[in-house]
Design a binder for this molecule. Sequence first.
Ligand code: ATP
Length: 335
Amino acid sequence: MTQTITVIRGDGIGPEIMDATLHVLDAMNLGLRYEEADAGLAALEKHGELLPAQTLESIARNRIALKSPLTTPVGEGFSSINVALRRHFDLYANVRPAKSFPNTRSRFPSGVDLITVRENTEGAYIGEGQTLSEDGETASLIQRITRKGSERIVRYAFDLARRTGRKKVTVVHKANILKTTSGLFLKVAREVAALYPEIECNEMIVDNTCMQLVMRPEQFDIIVTTNLFGDIISDLCAGLVGGLGLAPGANIGTEAAIFEAVHGTAPDIAGQGKANPCALLLGAAQMLDHLARPEEAARLRDAVVATLEAKDALTPDLGGSGTTTTFAQAIASRL
Ligand code: ATP
């Protein structure tokens, strides 16, 4: 079966890590067809806009995109292209796995294997009610939590647990202080959890969660939380397993899903062949899971892990002297 995916090569190190990722995917003979589309600076130069209509049409048609990091130039009408994509396709679930890998700078070499499921559309990020008083002394914004938004993200987390055989979902909140917003999220989460009796559910206040993550990360399996807490916690988790070079992420909605590396465009090393392609490769593995191809996703992850274990052609950020290309070739050779 041929599956067409939209491929966005992006800016900075984006094209290099995308070439590496497609090289590895090609070695797997997955029957994927790539439809290239532009976004970010590359699109601005070619089409005169950061997020061209044909890119949105391509994602809408294929429903799946693999995306490299993008540059949003200051003062071009978007606060962030990534946020614009999330809004356009209502990509409500931000899913970020954090797993310890061999020969990386993980603080916990064998202990971390968790997924953060962050609500991606509500809370403090709705962009409403941002005011600053004339004297510059008082600022405010609106945080909005809805039953619908809470229900669909918590359901996503429990369905993910069911699908992947994970055993526990931790609902992270601050309902003791944010009684209305976080309170509603927690109330709805409890109702949803009751529908999944085979999956353990516990609740944890966000500040305690941060401490627990750093002290005993192995107690977590799936974390589900609201937008701002999820933003912070998912980067904390990336730090637990060795930094952003190994952290993939997915933005998932009912009509489309976009898979990516969590890191940015790394302009300091762009064009030098030094970029580590692992995060985007692991994003591609998430994409295969989403396409209901879990064996192939596992095959890809196993090849990445075996290459890290063998210290074969690792890029400089991992302490090696390989290049983006030779590292990708070493991974592909294990498939
Ligand atoms: P942006 O403005 O797009 O967010 P940035 O450089 O501020 O870019 P990141 O791209 O996340 O932020 O990079 C932070 C640091 O991590 C940089 O020093 C960068 O070189 C390094 N880095 C990020 N991604 C990678 C990668 N895939 N391989 C190697 N180093 C990376």
